[in-house]
Design a binder for this molecule. Structure first.
Ligand code: EPU
Length: 342
């Protein structure tokens, strides 16, 4: 079952990460099939070489050159697995672009992922951090995924429970980090969609547009408009979306913060409270600040941007300074949502 693949050396990754960092990979290889991936993982030349898996490169920051093998997931394909009167289950290759899948589904009238319009990145990366936006998380439509075990080359299937989804989290960011390569994802969409307009910014937008009974197409368009109005387009300014996760803190800590900062926004998160990192960072005065080519976006304080030639180290230094200032002012630790690779 060996399949050909081609290895490039000292490969510039700038076109493969949306932050636009010009880090070099010692080896780089794009894989278009499960068999090619299995052959690559079994290749004797790379047994002692660290490897890093990349999808759309929209959630990664290379702090320096990568002295190992970067594998670019490029398995394509969207096909119908099964369908009945109500639902349709799709098999999607991990290398498909997430937003293209959303557009395809919306066009066909299949509901469930329209709120996740315009999220950069690939389909295979979506379950790793259980992508979410505007009131919907991937896990709501997720059925299962297939992944190749790096050590054995075996193809295994994971159902929803086995993925242990959480807020921007799954088993693939924890116990199984780096041990599996996701090759395909199965999603269940609705043929008679029920729309979700619970997220405030989304319902406000629909109202502003005078839309009372939105279709999934209306939702998708509204989400695209909101995102375009406050999130920078990676094709124009390098960025990786939200750089940090929204911190989840105890009720006690929140009450204390609220007594000093009565305007602090918050969302319930089980028996804890989620606080928007954007607000904390904004309060510390970082929004719109620029240091060389590294900066904090002027419309969304949670987005760190590369105006051109910032190095990964410069971006990371800025991120760390933000962490320190938020910790000093609010006593809250910010954790990167982005994968930091050094
Ligand atoms: N806010 C500020 N200053 C800012 C921006 C926002 O004070 O510069 C305040 C807003 O007033 C609001 C709160 O922060 O009260 C939350 O802002 P927003 O609704 O923009 O959402 P977020 O919590 O910053 C999250 C996700 C985004 C997702 C949006 C919409 C995380 C880490 N981020 O952002 O996801 O698009 O909600 O659902 O959960 C991503 O993961 O890359 C991403 C962009």
């Amino acid at each position: 079952m060996s399949q050909s693949f081609s290895i490039q050396e000292n490969f510039n990754l700038s076109d493969y990460n949306t932050m636009g960092i010009a880090a070099k990979a010692r080896y780089f290889c794009s894989v278009q099939s499960i068999e090619a991936l299995q052959s690559l993982l079994a290749d004797s030349r790379f047994q002692d070489t660290p490897n890093f898996m990349m999808g759309g490169g929209s959630n990664v920051l290379f702090i320096r050159d990568y002295d190992g093998l970067v594998i670019h997931m490029d398995i394509k394909g969207i096909s119908i697995d099964q369908e009945d009167g109500e639902d349709i289950t799709l098999n999607v290759g991990a290398g498909e672009n997430w937003h293209n899948l959303v557009l395809h589904s919306v066009e066909k009238g299949w509901g469930g992922i329209e709120n996740l319009s315009l999220i950069p990145g690939s389909v295979g990366a979506a379950p790793i951090q259980n992508i979410g936006a505007y009131g919907v998380e991937l896990e709501e439509v997720f059925e299962s995924l297939e992944a190749v075990e790096v050590k054995t080359g075996e193809l295994k299937s994971f159902n929803k429970e086995e993925c242990r989804f959480g807020y921007r989290d799954s088993i693939f960011k924890n116990e199984l980090k780096g041990l599996f390569v996701i090759t395909g994802v199965k999603l269940k969409l609705q043929k008679s969609p029920k729309v979700n307009t619970s997220y405030r910014a989304l319902s406000d937008k629909l109202e502003e547009k005078g839309i009372r009974n939105p279709s999934i197409k209306d939702i998708s368009k509204a989400v695209i408009e909101i995102r375009q109005s406050k999130l920078p387009d990676p094709a124009e300014i390098g960025n990786t979306g939200s750089f940090f996760k929204n911190p989840v803190i105890s009720k006690e800590q929140f009450d204390e913060l609220q007594s000093t900062y009565p305007d602090i926004p918050s969302y319930p998160a089980g028996d804890k409270i989620k606080v928007p990192a954007a607000w904390l960072i904004d309060q510390c005065g970082w929004k719109g600040k620029r240091f060389g080519d590294a900066g904090v976006h002027k419309m969304q304080a949670l987005v760190i941007v590369n105006y051109g030639n910032a190095t990964g180290e410069e971006i990371w230094n800025l991120a760390q300074r933000i962490q320190v200032s938020v910790k000093e002012r609010f006593g809250v630790s910010l954790t990167p949502e982005v994968n930091i690779v050094s």
